[in-house]
Design a protein around this ligand. Structure first.
Ligand code: VG1
Ligand code: CO
Length: 557
């Protein structure tokens, strides 16, 4: 009978989860005991509830996922878990893990991904823990995991447990001192497909796709490949050639699996030929999405959320019974706020990171939400959901029979447009980034700043408010402090600065800009050009380039 072993270990001290899980260079996770220590800390954070529980395990197919999944199962067996559900070859998208945790009433899930960070031996790996509601562990839980990791002296594992996640099926083991342990290796897509069928009118989308309407879905060699092929091709009848880069690769084919205009250039170029009516891409673990219309017409994530919010009740069966409320992360442009106002629904503004939406959804306050970082989702699960967002868009296109661009123009004609851009300065030294934020902190409430007029490109701005965003969760009262420095102007425009919590080395500084434009003709102009004066003001106020010793950002989205 296989029996658990205790392995002596030393704490690492750097296992503090960020915005969404622990992300580090793959080689860090490959160090002896590094992955095991973090997993043991997750399991211990569950306390007594772990014994006899069900956990879901899977990841985005990047290098080390399969091996890590098998080891995690061996550790679950040794720690008294009764049942593990794992995807075939260790593959599950992040939204799918969330769906299965909820469906199976599991205690939680361990997701092996560094999301949009590149993968492979010389890139990144990551581990996320999701709790029983299917959502990313809230701050209280991640703090506990980190605390446990700092003094961990041993981990438990059943080394001689024979597991092969390549073979679908159920195996039951008897573990010495722990009793029965069940491992279910399941098809990676089925549970997710069933959920989607219950949310959308697949018949309506199928009719759209069987006509002249052409789609192009680029999975960027990430986890969504099998999901997109099953759903868009097998179920909805799109030609097989509509889904490209659809085999999950351990290094994502050397690409950066982040669906934006920079990293999904292949999709942008293909869309620019005018051959397709609708294009989409996803990130490595399948929770992000980018939407493009014909001729590569770009839909910003903030606009995408607002359009879905406006049309969901009319076009998506799941929302027919009504929407409870809307939400966005703080740096996300306020387009959805205007929809909420018109529909007289509550709107919540939370810090960056999907974990902050979970309580609102669990309390029945929130149905639909999004982030500027290409994340859109609803209360069908507790993660943002790339494929869901595309099905929502196709549902809207099927029902309204408008083009993507027409839908956006219609939307701006009613609501005006929140122009948005984000400048990322990647891999800065932590010292430089800290100095910048010390400087920004010192500007909060500064009298001269508040009185000054800021001029650029023929425009003039006056500051109405400066603060470091703080969020009190209306459901459990927990407080998240220092979530981003905001400069809000009298005309409603905003500049926000944050340090990323998903980078694996150095510091990534993000600068976000949101500016409202009421006039349709100006809404149709190039957003980058219209926002230029505000960018200049942001750089002037912050002295960002001097502090970071950079003369341009790494990526603009
Ligand atoms: C980024 C995004 C944030 C998103 C997070 C996880 O965080 O800005 O909106 O929720 O990534 O996304 P940060 O701290 O780097 O700004 V993903 O696709 O990792 O699951
Ligand atoms: Co992701």
């Amino acid at each position: 009978m296989p029996s658990p072993q205790s392995v002596k270990t030393q704490p690492f001290g750097d296992q503090k989860p960020g915005t969404s899980g622990l992300r580090k260079p793959t080689k860090t996770f490959l160090q002896p005991n590094y992955t095991e220590n973090f997993v043991q800390s997750i399991l211990l954070s569950c306390g007594d509830a772990l014994r006899g529980s069900t956990l879901v395990v899977g990841g985005d197919g990047r290098y080390f996922v399969k091996q890590a999944a098998e080891n995690i199962i061996r550790m679950c067996a040794a720690n008294g878990v009764s049942r593990v559900i794992v995807g075939e070859n260790g593959i599950f998208s992040t939204p799918c893990v969330s769906a299965i945790i909820r469906k199976e009433k599991a205690l939680g899930g361990i997701i092996l991904t560094a999301s949009h960070n590149p993968g492979g031996l010389d890139n990144d790996f990551g581990i996320k823990f999701n709790t029983a509601n299917g959502g990313p562990a809230p701050d209280g839980v991640t703090t506990k995991i980190f605390e446990i990791s700092k003094s961990l002296a041993e981990y438990k594992i059943v080394n001689d447990l024979k597991i092969d996640v390549a073979v679908v099926g159920k195996s039951t083991f008897k573990i010495d001192g722990c009793g029965d342990f069940v491992v279910e290796v399941v098809d990676s897509v089925s549970a997710y497909l069933d959920l989607m069928k219950g949310i959308f009118d697949f018949g309506a989308i199928k009719t759209l796709l069987s006509g002249d309407f052409k789609i192009l879905i680029n999975c960027l060699n990430g986890v969504t490949g099998p999901y997109a092929t099953r759903i868009f091709v097998d179920e909805l009848g799109a030609p097989a050639s509509s889904v490209v880069n659809c085999i999950p690769l351990e290094d994502f084919g050397g690409a950066h699996p982040d669906p934006n205009l920079v990293y999904a250039k292949e999709l942008v170029d293909a869309m620019a030929t005018g051959a397709y009516d609708f294009g989409a891409a996803f990130d490595g673990d399948g929770d992000r999405n980018m939407v493009l219309g014909k001729n590569a017409f770009f839909v910003s994530p903030s606009d995408s959320l607002a359009v879905i919010a406006d049309k969901a009740e009319q076009c998506v069966p799941y929302f027919k019974s009504g929407i409870k409320g809307f939400a966005r992360s703080m740096p996300t442009a306020g387009a959805v706020d205007l929809v909420a106002k018109k529909k007289q629904k509550p709107i919540y503004e939370v810090p960056t990171g999907w974990k902050y939406f979970g309580n609102l959804m669990d309390a029945g306050l929130l149905s639909l939400c999004g982030e500027e970082s290409f994340g859109t989702g609803s209360d069908h699960i507790r993660e943002k959901d790339g494929i869901w967002a595309i099905l929502a868009w196709l549902s809207i296109l099927a029902k309204t029979k408008r083009s993507v661009q027409d839908l956006l123009h219609d939307h701006w004609a009613v609501y005006g447009r929140n122009l948005f851009t984000r400048y990322d300065y990647e891999n800065c030294s932590s010292e430089d980034a800290n100095k910048l934020f010390e400087h920004l902190e010192s500007l909060i409430g500064d009298e001269t700043l508040l009185k000054s007029e800021w001029r650029a490109g023929g425009k003039s701005y006056r500051i109405a408010l400066t603060d470091n965003f703080e969020y009190s969760d209306p459901v459990d009262g927990s407080v998240a402090k220092k979530q981003g420095i905001r400069f809000v102007f009298k005309d409603g425009s905003r500049i926000v600065f944050r340090i990323s919590g998903t980078g694996s080395t150095g510091a990534t500084v993000r600068m976000y800009l949101d500016s409202y434009e009421p006039e349709l003709e100006r809404c149709k102009q190039d957003a980058a050009k219209t926002l230029r004066p505000l960018v200049d003001v942001a750089l002037k106020i912050s002295s960002l380039e001097t502090h970071l010793k950079r003369d341009k950002p790494t990526v603009i989205t």
